[in-house]
Design a protein around this ligand. Structure first.
Ligand code: SME
Length: 157
C-alpha cells in the first residue's frame, strides 16, 4: 500500500500521480478508474472519506465509487460542498465545515473538506471528487493542484 504521509505534500502528489497513471494505464472504464483513484488517494494520505459523486441526471449527483464510512446517496447541484462545486464547476476548499453554510454532514468526524470537479474528454462534468479530513484546515492550494492534476486523467483518456 502506498503511504505518502511522511512525504512533503507537493512531492507526495507528484508521486501519487505517477502511481495513478500507472494503475490506470490501459483502463477504459471510468467507474473502475474512479474506484482506483479513490483507493490510491485515500490510503496514500489516510483521509477520512475519499470518493466521487457522479452526475447521473441534470442537476443530480449520486455517490460512488468511494472509500470510507457511509456517504449520503444523492446530492442536488447547489447543495452542500459537493453540489456547490458541481454547480459552479470549480474546486471548493473548506477549511472548517462548521463555517460552510449548508454543509452536508455524512460523518460527524469530518472537520475539513475539498471538492474538485471532474471533467470528461468533451469538457462535460462527469462527477466531483470529494475528500474529507478529521482535522481542520487539512486542504489548501497544493491539494487543489495535486488532485486537479490526477483527475485530469478523465479528460485525457
Ligand atoms: N460534505 C459533503 C457531502 C458528502 S460527504 O461528506 C461524503 C457536502 O457538503 O457536499
Amino acid at each position: 500500500m502506498l503511504d505518502l504521509r511522511a512525504v512533503p505534500k507537493g512531492r507526495a502528489y507528484e508521486e501519487l500521480d505517477g502511481h495513478v497513471r500507472a494503475a490506470l494505464s490501459g483502463v477504459d472504464d471510468p467507474i473502475s478508474a474512479m474506484a482506483t483513484v479513490s483507493s490510491l488517494v485515500h490510503h496514500a494520505f489516510g483521509f477520512l472519506w475519499t470518493g466521487f459523486y457522479r452526475v447521473v441526471a441534470p442537476g443530480l449527483l449520486r455517490v460512488g465509487p468511494y472509500q470510507g464510512t457511509l456517504g449520503c446517496l444523492e446530492i442536488a447541484f447547489g447543495k452542500g460542498v459537493c453540489g456547490t462545486a458541481a454547480a459552479e464547476r470549480r474546486p471548493v476548499v473548506v477549511p472548517d465545515v462548521a463555517s460552510f453554510p449548508g454543509h452536508i454532514g455524512c460523518d460527524g468526524r469530518s472537520r475539513s473538506e475539498i471538492v474538485v470537479p471532474v471533467f470528461g474528454p468533451d469538457g462535460d462534468l462527469l462527477s466531483v471528487f470529494d475528500v474529507d479530513s478529521e482535522k481542520v484546515a487539512t486542504f489548501d492550494a497544493v491539494d487543489e493542484r495535486g488532485l486537479t492534476t490526477i483527475l485530469a486523467w478523465f479528460a485525457g483518456r
